[in-house]
Design a protein around this ligand. Structure first.
Ligand code: GBH
Length: 481
């Protein structure tokens, strides 16, 4: 394993360096200033759903600490900050009335970021669906996409003069399959047909919101969508059935989101692979015209790779993104696909570390969509960080993970991929969904007792990267000098 990759590699001046977060994971203040309940409030209050019953009620208390957190971003020298708007803060029931206090919170955040010279990169939806919309059917219901369009109209009009980059959705793969098929994410339902309907209604929601961005901002707006694309490799590339297993996963995870948006169609093989579960009658005339927005930039979240083969009975089965005995598969229509355990090393999530997947993903996308600019909107890792007696966090593994993945991005650029920026996940430790506060992804540590922000070595190291546009040696974090 290379520990000091690409030290000579340098990135263009225009390359955007940022850090990312999401509303429910950092804000806390879930009952303040008129915020309504969302599906993650409900899910985390349901016994057995989130480790140790953790919730986002307090999280990193970012809602009360924006000044301090922006000061931290300034210290890091970030060009941009990717965050999400909490729909239940802005429109507490998901329909009708908007909440002035919720709108004002993001209004100030955006102003303060701009005053600090940091570009706000806004995601409209990072999983905090207003609970009343779930009660009315959630993403499997078409009306949720229409409600999303109204919400999008309001936020784009509210911040149009200051926000240029608008990402409609974060990882609709998770919202649909983890929310409605495996049930490990809110709202925790387990119904394959519902999950497929959710896929379409999320694509439709993107299309409707994308139209708003184009109508309101025209050329001045940058329309984006962030996907967690999967790099699933056939176990034995010489076996047609393993190649076919990889094709299935690529369809369900990648093409079913890319094609309606970039090509205006659904992949025929996915419709066929899932035909025993759904007739896809939720796709109505004209929908694929609506979803076909094209993108000014595609947001790519990348963490790890997978290895698949045709399911071999009698072999113990690993289900991706499931945990616990009651887990159903997220991979609807792929019952004959087996996810194989990956050789290490792994992060604390159990995800294997394989930077070559980043290069493969970005170059593959740029081959399929040569005119599509790309942006890495999330990449990072959870490790078992420890605080030393001196109050430091020597997270050498995270430094190495980020260094190797940034280098992999550079390799993709060398191969011709048009990558415009990189956002580390995450700016700070936060509520890691089903794992609560038991997994830490931040380059800044949160002490959840005191809410103190403590720079990990990776934060000092990342500051060097941002400052020099070159990958620093791991030991160059000034804190260690
Ligand atoms: C992102 O989700 C989220 O946007 C963010 O909110 C979250 O905190 C962050 O990542 C860290 O989890 O099948 O075992 O190989 C990422 C979700 C991660 C789901 C990788 C699929 C494959 C793991 N994805 N995962 S495995």
């Amino acid at each position: 394993m290379t520990t000091t990759p690409g030290q000579a590699r340098s990135f263009p001046d225009s390359f955007v360096w940022g850090a990312a977060t999401a509303s429910y994971q950092i804000e806390g203040a879930t009952t303040e200033d008129g915020r309504g309940p969302c599906i993650w409030d409900t899910f985390s209050a349901t016994p057995g759903k989130v480790l140790d019953g953790h919730s986002g009620a307090v999280a990193a208390d970012h809602y009360h600490r924006t000044a301090q957190d922006i000061a931290m971003m300034t210290e890091l020298g970030l060009d941009a900050y990717r965050f999400s708007l909490a729909w239940p803060r802005i429109q507490p029931t998901g329909a009708g009335e908007f909440n002035a206090e919720g709108l004002a919170f993001y209004d100030r955040l955006i102003d303060d970021l701009l005053a600090a010279g940091i570009d706000p990169v806004v995601t409209m939806y990072h999983w905090d669906l207003p609970q009343p919309l779930e009660d009315a059917g959630g993403w499997p219901a078409r009306d949720t996409a229409l409600r999303f369009a109204d919400y999008a109209q309001k936020v784009v009009e509210s911040y149009r003069d200051r926000v240029k980059v608008w990402t409609t959705l974060n990882e609709p793969w998770c919202s649909s399959y983890l929310g409605y098929a495996s049930g490990v994410h809110a709202p925790g339902r387990q119904d394959a047909a519902d999950a497929l309907a959710a896929v379409h209604h999320l694509n439709l929601a993107h299309g409707l919101a994308g139209r708003v961005v184009r109508d309101v901002l025209g050329e001045a707006g940058t329309l984006s969508l962030t996907l967690n694309l999967h790099v699933a490799r056939p176990d034995d590339p010489s076996k047609p059935e393993d190649v076919d297993a990889a094709r299935k996963i690529d369809g369900l995870a990648n093409r079913v989101f890319l094609q309606p948006v970039l090509d205006g169609r659904y992949p025929a093989d996915v419709i066929e692979d899932t035909s025993h579960l759904s007739d896809w009658s939720f796709v109505r005339d004209g929908d694929l015209v609506t979803t076909h927005t094209g993108l000014d930039v595609l947001g790519v979240n990348f963490y790890s790779t997978q290895r698949v083969r045709r399911y071999v009975p009698d072999h113990e089965r690993t289900m991706a993104d499931g945990h616990g005995a009651s887990a159903a598969s997220a991979w609807v229509g792929a019952d004959d696909v087996e996810f194989l355990p990956q050789p290490g090393p792994h992060t604390a999530m159990g995800w294997n570390i394989d930077p070559s997947g980043m290069t493969e993903l970005l170059t593959g996308l740029s081959r399929t969509y040569p005119d599509l600019p790309l942006m890495v909107t999330e990449n990072g890792a959870a490790f078992a960080d420890e605080v030393t007696a001196a109050g430091r966090v020597h997270d050498a593994e995270r430094v190495s993970y980020v260094a190797r993945h940034v280098d992999a991005v550079g390799q993709a650029m060398d191969a011709g991929a048009d990558v415009r920026g990189y956002f580390v996940w995450s700016l700070m430790d936060n509520f890691e969904w089903a794992y609560g506060y038991h997994r830490r992804f931040g380059i800044v540590r949160i002490d959840y007792e005191t809410q103190e922000r403590i720079w990990k070595d990776s934060a000092y190291w990342y500051r060097e990267l941002v400052r020099t546009h070159q990958i620093p040696a791991p030991e160059s974090a000034p804190s260690l000098a």
